[in-house]
Design a protein. Structure first.
Lengths: 191, 191
């Protein structure tokens, strides 16, 4: 797949989070994501809209734990290319899955961004921190489930950097989930 | 001040937070709250609206560190009653300030809620955790500044409890801040 010239490639960090900032519980229980809430003014997406949205994703990046968790959950990524960042590459049995070790900057900018347009980083916290610290991500989509889970793996784990953002979009869904889209500004420290 | 019968008293947890969930930086620097962002579709409040909103608050609750920080910042609470929860009561020199030590549940339900209608808990993390664990809070207003600060005092510090919420309201402001209002559901665990 070659990159269309009119749209630059983009790396989006996207995870679902509890209001207290956890992207996963310690035991990888995902029951808390199935909110029973009802927000009257919220949006309901059609199956067609959801499918079109997912079809627009050209590549997923994830860490080894997120990869293993996805295998346990029944592999929600279909045949879309998946890049697993790990110190211990292995064979996957899936043609769509590749493993990467070592330097991230050259790999993202010289390899992934020349192949894929819409790249999603879906966890976990170590990889999110590295992408933000190395200025490798362009956008954050932060989706908040109406629940406090009280502990677990944080979406942002003490990234030790001040990073200004620009709010691009915000919307609430009928199930009480709120989706916030931010551009990661290319500046060090406060503007 | 006696409680109007037609409106029950309510305890609202309200703090401003970075997107990575910190309500304060370690050095109490508040520069990150002064966002330079611009969100075209966002709301702008008039000075009258802000004053009416603040005037609706009947009492503030805070911990000792938040109190000391407020003194350093020039006391933003005017003459509104302030209750400081601390193990070391002291004299304040302000008639509007009282100190409380010991049990929280009876004090909130039997003392504060019979005196004040609109009670705001404004930090810090220890007190927020206790209020959620003891079921003493009714509402959370979570206001997100478009910035990652990378470390500091978290809004929610590992409360070790699953607490379902109901999204009541959400709005974005022209300065890129997003305000989410949640009802704290009176149920243990997931609904």
């Amino acid at each position: 797949m070659s990159r269309p010239d009119k749209f630059p490639s983009k790396v989006t960090i996207h995870m679902v989070s509890s209001l207290d900032g956890y992207a996963a519980s310690r035991d990888n229980n995902v029951e808390w994501m199935n909110t029973k809430d009802r927000y009257e003014q919220g949006i309901i997406l059609t199956a067609e809209e959801i499918n079109a949205y997912l079809a627009s994703i050209d590549c997923y990046i994830m860490g080894a734990k997120t990869y293993e968790h996805a295998l346990e959950l029944g592999w929600p990524y279909g045949d879309t290319p998946v890049q697993v960042v790990t110190r211990q590459p292995r064979s996957s049995g899936k043609d769509s899955v590749s493993f990467h070790s070592g330097d991230l900057t050259e790999w993202v900018n010289q390899v992934l961004k020349t192949r894929y347009r819409n790249i999603w980083l879906v966890g976990g916290p170590d990889l999110v921190r590295q992408f933000i610290r190395l200025n490798l991500a362009d956008e954050i989509i932060y989706t908040i489930v109406p629940v406090l889970i009280g502990g677990g793996y944080p979406f942002f784990d003490a990234i030790a950097k001040v990073q200004p953002l620009h709010l691009k979009d915000q919307r609430a869904y009928a199930n009480g989930m709120v989706e916030l889209t931010y551009e990661i500004l290319k500046t060090d420290g406060l503007p």
